[in-house]
Design a protein around this ligand. Structure first.
Ligand SMILES: [Zn+2]
Ligand SMILES: [Zn+2]
Length: 418
């Protein structure tokens, strides 16, 4: 059995707050290091990036899979931002779009040109509703898949507390049947989503929304498929039939919107604390930014621990670079961390190291503290100080108070909105 580790929601260097050196060869290089075997192309609505994709990728027959010159698989994907008003409220929702071919992508872009510009950002904004968007795409090809992105984030998630909806039905009305999956996003894991029986028939997929190709971003979440052949149709069919092998998840506490709070006031609350404060910040007396955990509890109709019958299993993992940074007490992008990372990658891909390489083998390559951290990670036993209001959560190692300077610098760059 060969499994496909797929990260289908990433960004090109033409999206805001992205690494300038994102190219197809760099994406491939880091995807291989990570252990991913299928990447989304990112940003196919962007004219320059699309031209680059067409130069760098060749169709594998009519499978809808596009290969690099060195044989790595991509499929065509993008993310789009919709801002509109519906039901008397202003709505802001992001969607991931998967498309079966460059021909279909060209048709999508032709339609989008009637709506507005798409050359100023890899993730352009259109003033159309989710329903109009879905209608337009389905009139081009039934093979197109629309997946609400990072469904729970406060600002741009379909269930977001700020500008989202209370249900898929409320957002998509009679078109809801065309929605087969949602992206759970970094701040929620499948178990949290299982608490909404509305989602019982919906596939829960996870992708990184990476704005760089560094291995602590690319593939930090991914969806694992068990496909006979890797084709676009098989990926879509697995999503539509909810036939997901498993997902790899960031610890939801590490996401930037897990708890509630105010970044500038240094206030961070779990939902029960927020309720005690009636949702008001004790420092500035303004409403707190409600995080994903709070929002899930608001919409949940099932108790904690509930799971639908055919739920795909998932594994929570701290990316190896972040694990090493935590143990070695160094920044994630430092030479010390990179050296250790590359040493361990002598044993296989990052996913191999994190999931499969026996501890005896790990011990031959690195020191005991790191082996212990990898094994703890494998067992899902890493402690995390939860993220809130745009601040990433921080893995906590040992007894020292965790330094989250690097993390704060990270979030100040406002990379993405997951
Ligand atoms: Zn987004
Ligand atoms: Zn405040």
């Amino acid at each position: 059995m060969s499994l496909t580790y797929a990260d289908l929601h990433i960004h090109s260097r033409f999206s805001r707050a992205t690494s300038r050196s994102i190219t197809v060869p760099n994406l491939e290089k880091y995807a291989r290091m990570k252990g991913l075997s299928l990447l989304g192309s990112a940003d196919f609505t962007h004219p320059e990036w699309l031209a680059e994709l067409k130069r760098e990728l060749s169709p594998e027959g009519d499978t809808g899979i596009y290969k690099t010159k060195t044989g790595f698989d991509f499929l065509l994907s993008t993310e789009i931002s919709l801002m509109y008003s519906q039901g008397g409220k202003s709505r802001k929702v992001h969607h991931v779009v998967l498309a079966p071919s460059f021909e279909v992508v060209d048709q999508i872009n032709e339609e989008l040109d009637k709506w507005g510009r798409r050359d100023y950002d890899g993730r352009p904004i259109f003033g159309k509703s989710s329903i109009e968007f879905l209608d337009m795409l389905l009139s081009i090809s039934k093979g197109i898949e629309v997946i609400p992105a990072h469904a729970w984030t406060p600002y741009f998630g379909v269930f977001g507390s700020k500008s989202g909806f209370d249900s898929l039905e409320e957002c998509f009305k009679e078109k809801t049947r065309h929605i087969h999956a949602i992206e759970t996003g970094l701040s929620s894991d499948p178990a949290m989503n299982w608490r909404l029986s509305e989602l019982d028939g919906i596939a829960l997929v996870s992708f990184s929304d990476a704005h760089s190709y560094w291995p602590w971003r690319l593939g930090r979440e991914c969806t694992v498929f068990d496909l006979k052949d890797v084709t676009y149709a098989n990926v879509i069919s697995a999503i539509r039939k909810k036939n997901i092998h498993s997902t790899i998840e960031y610890f939801p506490e590490q996401g930037k919107y897990h708890w509630d709070g105010h970044r500038n006031c240094g206030v961070s609350f779990p939902p029960e604390e927020t309720r005690k404060h009636k949702g008001i910040c004790p420092v500035c007396n303004r409403p707190l930014t409600l995080g994903v955990e709070y929002r899930v509890e608001q919409l949940a109709n099932q108790p904690e621990g509930a799971a639908p019958k055919n739920a795909a299993p998932f594994k929570k993992l701290v990316p190896l670079s972040e694990l090493l940074a935590g143990v070695l007490k160094k920044g994630v992008a430092t030479n010390t961390v990179w050296k250790e990372y590359n040493k361990l990658l002598g044993l296989g891909s990052e996913f191999d190291v994190l999931l499969n390489v026996p501890s005896i083998k790990l011990a031959e390559a690195t020191d005991r503290r790191i082996v212990n951290a990898i094994m703890k990670n494998r067992e899902g036993k890493i402690k995390i100080r939860p993220g809130y209001d745009g601040v990433y959560g921080v893995p906590v190692f040992g007894t020292e108070p965790p330094t989250h300077k690097a993390q704060q610098q990270d979030s100040q760059k406002k990379l993405g909105d997951y």
